[in-house]
Design a protein around this ligand. Structure first.
Ligand code: XBP
Ligand code: MG
Length: 249
């Protein structure tokens, strides 16, 4: 029986990655670092999951001669980036992706448990959710984020942590992801994965997902089906998810 839905955050709940990019650039400017990540460079850097890890990868690959001094500052730069991200979320009122609020509501009405399993830092999750849900109506029973998991995606750690905290098995849940690394992480945790491709994962292979779509869709605003299982009226509903999941046994 389907007991829980587990959502990735960046690129899945909302198209947040470009705000992360802008937050890095804002932190670089505030710290007088002559660096600027344009969308093309950021898309390349996104192969490294985790903002701290992404920053140190950038320093090692783009500023090897000064790596020692800059690496020492990486925690400070990333902390400043996280503050900038929170400001950008407040400034931009970033919408949730199509179908996210609807499916979350359907799941809650049906008594399913909801979790987040993300590589991003916990403050970033809190700020995004606070922009869309009242504190008294927070939808997620479990949030597994950032450095709580020993290894970043594509390791399964953060999804295993979410399952443990939910108290359900992988066979009782479905994961939602937007990236190749996220799909690999959820699959390594034994979870079936529904992939909703995002702007920064346009070139990603979504192999491993049992269904890949442009987004969850809304009544009257059908998604584009990309691969795998197709959905009635091109809208992912809880009822359709439950029907598919019941057929797995
Ligand atoms: C996406 C990530 C994160 C964000 C940046 O996480 O890889 O690193 O890009 O956030 P997910 P931080 O898709 O798993 O939500 O700087 O806080 O890492
Ligand atoms: Mg993601």
């Amino acid at each position: 029986m389907l007991k829980a839905l587990i959502f990735d955050v960046d690129g899945t709940l909302a198209e947040t990655e470009d705000l992360h990019r802008q937050a890095f650039n804002r932190a670089f400017a505030e710290l007088d670092l002559p660096w600027r990540w344009d969308p093309a460079l950021y898309a390349d850097l996104l192969t490294v999951m985790g903002g701290k890890e992404r920053l140190t990868h950038y320093i090692d690959t783009h500023h090897p001669g000064e790596a020692a001094s800059f690496q020492a500052r990486a925690p400070e730069i990333h902390a400043r980036k996280t503050i900038a991200y929170g400001d950008l979320i407040a400034e931009n009122g970033l919408p949730l992706r199509p179908g996210i609020a609807r499916l979350i509501g359907e799941a809650r009405d049906a008594g399913l448990r909801l979790a987040v399993a993300t590589t991003t830092s916990r403050p970033n999750v809190d700020r995004l959710l606070a922009a869309h849900f009242a504190a008294s109506d927070a939808p997620f029973d479990v949030i597994a984020a950032g450095d709580e998991a020993e290894r970043k995606k594509p390791a399964p750690d953060v999804f295993l942590l979410a399952l443990d905290r939910l108290g359900v098995s992988a066979s009782e849940a479905v994961a939602f992801e937007d990236s190749a690394a996220g799909i690999a992480s959820a699959r390594a945790a034994g979870l079936p994965v529904l992939a909703t491709r995002s702007r920064y994962t346009a070139s990603h292979r979504l192999d491993g997902a049992f269904s890949a779509v442009s987004d969850l869709g809304e009544p009257g605003h059908p998604h584009r089906h990309l691969a795998g299982l197709a959905w009635p009226d091109n809208v992912v509903t809880l009822a359709a998810l439950q029907d598919w999941h019941a057929g797995l046994r």
